[in-house]
Design a binder for this molecule. Structure first.
Ligand code: ZN
Length: 492
């Protein structure tokens, strides 16, 4: 039977063509058709009652309009959003763009970008060409069947985690909750270190009737699972606090390729009951320092190996916050902690290391925790950046710390105070980088105006100046310049 092209009338007044197929992809709530150019998907509801439900209509209108971070405020999107932040966030989500009003109620969203589908050479064994990159392909048993070029490394997994926490932070900032963060709804591309949050139409919108979503096994917060069978007023429903649990489970899986709650502990002889207790009422973090009853005999890397920021975030989420949702750190804390951790990444000296990078937070012990290799450099360079206190010239405070090695890039936020590597950054280009040669370190200027050397002279673009340990110096001839202090540590 040939495919038929039909036309849909959209709420915006536009018309759009879509291809009707005999067996469209079908999820729990909706089924999906594509436009002929495959750039957009048109989704209709499985259940006509949902399609007719005014609460769903209101929610989706709010999502497309006043809560939409992918459209500027000027064009009807979220308050405070400008063109730059809208462009940034449109890469973070597949956000619905319009509503179908005829032939029946439905949703129009952009298709996932091409890099979130497996290509020709993704696997010699699995038939996955064209399948979307759900994270459990990469974190579960199928990982070993994927070609190594698909797998990314420790650094790209941290980068993806930063993007996920930023995407979730933006939702939460507006009071929205995703309500079902899981491998199915966050597609990842470890090769490029990017991710995209999908299934946006089940967002929990403030003041509007919430969607009937429970979540996905393994990612549902314990309190939701635990109260599932109870009467409505005792039940806990998905929201911002449950997103914080689900997001941390995803990040833990990206980094360690294992689930934070599924360990050797047996909670019940009945497998169904065991599963329910393991992820719900009795859930125990496999790395809980005070309760080791669920700790596997061996762990390849632990939260301790991730440095102080991530260790603290994981412990707060999976120990104190596991059964006490208000203790869970907010998405913005994850975003900040992940960025700080990113700055401490160092390459592993073992060419066969599966992770390729690790967090060098303990200068006295520069050993990759994943393969046990000690770094082969003679020295480690630590850069500390300081900003001037407002209204208090001459008083400086530390804003960030970085472990630098050969080719470590530096961007505007490494030179100026008040600039951050988030959606507001107007310029993400690499302005300079660190060059290491025979144990000496240089700051190479690519395109930064007014870059200063340690002795205060201008370093033009295309030139380099040596960085030695000790004296702190202003990086740029500008009142908003950061101060840099370099420290060289001998590791032999
Ligand atoms: Zn290693």
């Amino acid at each position: 039977m040939g495919n038929t092209i039909r036309r849909a009338l959209l709420m915006s007044g536009k018309e759009i063509e879509y291809v009707v197929t005999s067996n469209p992809p079908r999820g729990g709530m909706k089924y999906t058709y594509f436009t002929p150019d495959k750039k957009f998907v048109i989704q209709f509801f499985n259940n006509p009652e949902n399609a007719a439900d005014p609460a769903i209509h209101d929610r989706i209108q709010a999502i497309i309009g006043r809560y939409n971070p992918t459209v500027s405020e000027e064009k009807g999107g979220a308050a405070g959003n400008d063109e730059r932040t809208a462009a940034y966030f449109s890469k973070c989500y597949c956000w619905p763009v319009d509503i179908v009003v005829r032939p029946e109620f439905g949703i129009v969203s952009p298709s996932y970008p091409e890099n979130f589908f497996f290509g020709d050479n993704a696997s010699q064994i699995l038939q996955i060409k064209g399948k979307d990159k759900k994270s459990n392909w990469f974190t579960g048993k199928s990982r070993k069947y994927l070609n190594s070029s698909e797998l990314g490394d420790f650094r790209s997994m941290i980068q993806m985690s930063i993007l996920l926490s930023r995407a979730v932070r933006r939702l939460h900032q507006a009071g929205l909750a995703h309500s079902d963060l899981s491998p199915n709804n966050v597609l990842i591309d470890p090769r490029t270190g990017t991710c995209v949050v999908i299934d946006i139409d089940s967002l929990v919108v403030p003041g509007l009737f919430p969607p009937e979503v429970i979540g996905t096994r393994g990612y549902v917060a314990p309190e939701v699972l635990q109260t599932l069978g109870m009467e409505r007023k005792k039940r806990k429903f998905p929201g911002i606090q449950t997103d914080l649990h689900s997001m941390a489970v995803l990040i833990y899986e990206y980094i360690f390729l294992r689930h934070p709650l599924i360990g050797p502990k047996i909670y019940s002889q009945n497998p169904e009951e065991d599963d329910y207790l393991c992820l719900g009422e009795k859930a125990t973090f496999i790395e809980n320092p005070d309760d080791t009853s669920n700790r596997p005999e061996t762990l390849n890397g632990t939260v301790k190996n991730l440095g102080p920021y991530l260790e603290d975030l994981f412990i707060r989420t999976f120990c104190r916050g596991l059964h006490n949702p208000s203790e869970r750190p907010a998405a913005i804390e994850w975003e900040r902690g992940l960025v700080k951790t990113w700055n401490l990444i160092h390459s592993c000296s073992n060419p066969n290391c599966s992770k390729r990078y690790f967090i060098l937070y303990d200068i006295n012990n520069p050993v990759c925790p994943f393969c046990g290799t000690r770094i082969k450099n003679d020295t480690v360079l630590r850069l500390s950046f300081y900003a001037q206190r407002r209204g208090n010239p001459g008083r400086w405070y530390k804003v960030s710390e970085m472990i630098a090695e050969n080719n470590t890039p530096l961007c505007l936020w490494n030179f100026y105070s008040g600039v951050f590597p988030d959606e507001k950054a107007s310029d993400r280009e690499v302005k300079a980088y660190i060059r290491e040669k025979n144990g000496k370190y240089y700051l190479v200027n690519l395109s930064l105006e007014g870059l200063l050397s340690q002795d205060g002279s201008i370093v033009p673009a295309g030139y380099a100046s040596q960085i030695t340990g000790g004296t702190a110096f202003r990086l740029v001839r500008d009142k908003n310049s950061l101060l840099l202090r370099a420290e060289l540590f001998s590791v032999k």
